[in-house]
Design a protein around this ligand. Structure first.
Ligand code: HEC
Ligand code: HEC
Length: 231
């Protein structure tokens, strides 16, 4: 068969199109793939691993031990195993905004754990991961930002969000705000301390956000930091 240059190009184009549409199909299939986990992961996963890799970053801000669904202890988490399976893996109604959906690794760990029946220790033997260290919040800005502001405030208090007018992202945001968010040396005059007290006129985080109120430890770290002059 004799082909001229034009039809050669045409065939080349056709082939490229076929290949790329194939790739597209494969990609789509991977993305919508149901999560499948290896037997190894199913045998090695433990409550502590799920707590460290999934619950602490995506759930415990709202599901700590202050009432309702408590994911901080093994026994209460086990009681909610079915609800977790339904709301995270099936209907995907959890986690709630402003928290983002689980990434693939987190979905795999959680799926493996649920398929294994929600064991406290790995069903394949061994002790599982050591109990995660309770986070200690230090009275300095980086620690407060990481453990408190990012978990409970910044989802709203950044440009473009509902409280973008009052950003709480950088130390300057707190120290140089015309609203006296932080008055170095004077926690009682600092807006940030006022709004986190029970009964505050504008209580933060807002009750209807689903984000749990600050713990005594969290409040205390902020208080001590401000008392020390907010260095
Ligand atoms: C921003 C807050 C928030 C986050 C983050 C969050 N939840 Fe929830 N969750 C709620 C609220 C509020 C309810 C009760 C009202 C409702 O069901 O809508 C709830 C209800 C539930 C329930 C019981 C109701 C049901 O659907 O069975 C389960 C189980 C649950 N959450 C699991 C999780 C898990 C697991 C995560 C993390 C992957 C998570 N949640 C993250 C706020 C949150
Ligand atoms: C769900 C969203 C949301 C979360 C989470 C949230 N805030 Fe707010 N906050 C708001 C909104 C909305 C306002 C009102 C903004 C305005 O007046 O423009 C506000 C106002 C404030 C104010 C000013 C109050 C006044 O007297 O006007 C402070 C201070 C504040 N928030 C601190 C915090 C701190 C600290 C946290 C975390 C512990 C937090 N907020 C978490 C939405 C949120």
């Amino acid at each position: 068969m004799k082909l001229n240059k034009g039809s050669n190009l045409f065939i080349l184009g056709l082939v490229t199109l076929l290949i790329s549409s194939c790739n597209y199909k494969i990609e789509k299939e991977i993305n919508s793939d149901p999560i499948s986990v290896t037997d190894q992961l199913r045998r090695s996963v433990s409550y502590n691993q799920v707590k460290t890799e999934v619950f602490q970053s995506k759930c415990i801000s709202c599901h700590g031990n202050s009432g309702g669904v408590n994911l901080e202890s093994y026994s209460s988490t086990l009681q909610n195993l079915n609800g977790i399976k339904k709301s995270v893996l099936k209907s995907k109604t959890m986690p709630k905004a402003p928290f983002s959906a689980l990434d693939r690794r987190q979905l795999e760990v959680l799926t493996a754990w649920i398929e294994a029946g929600g064991p406290e220790k790995p069903i394949g033997g061994g002790d599982g991961e050591p109990e995660p260290e309770p986070t200690v919040i230090e009275p300095n800005f980086p620690s407060i930002k990481k453990h408190v502001l990012e978990m409970k405030c910044i989802s709203c208090h950044q440009v473009g969000q509902s409280a973008g007018r009052i950003p709480l992202v950088t130390k300057e945001d707190l120290l140089e705000s015309p609203m006296d968010i932080v008055v170095p040396g004077d926690p009682d005059e600092s807006g940030i301390m006022i709004v986190i007290q029970p009964g505050a006129r504008k209580f933060m985080p807002p009750a209807d956000s689903g984000i749990s109120p600050l713990t005594e430890e969290e409040k205390n770290a902020i208080r001590v930091w401000i008392q020390n002059g907010a260095p």
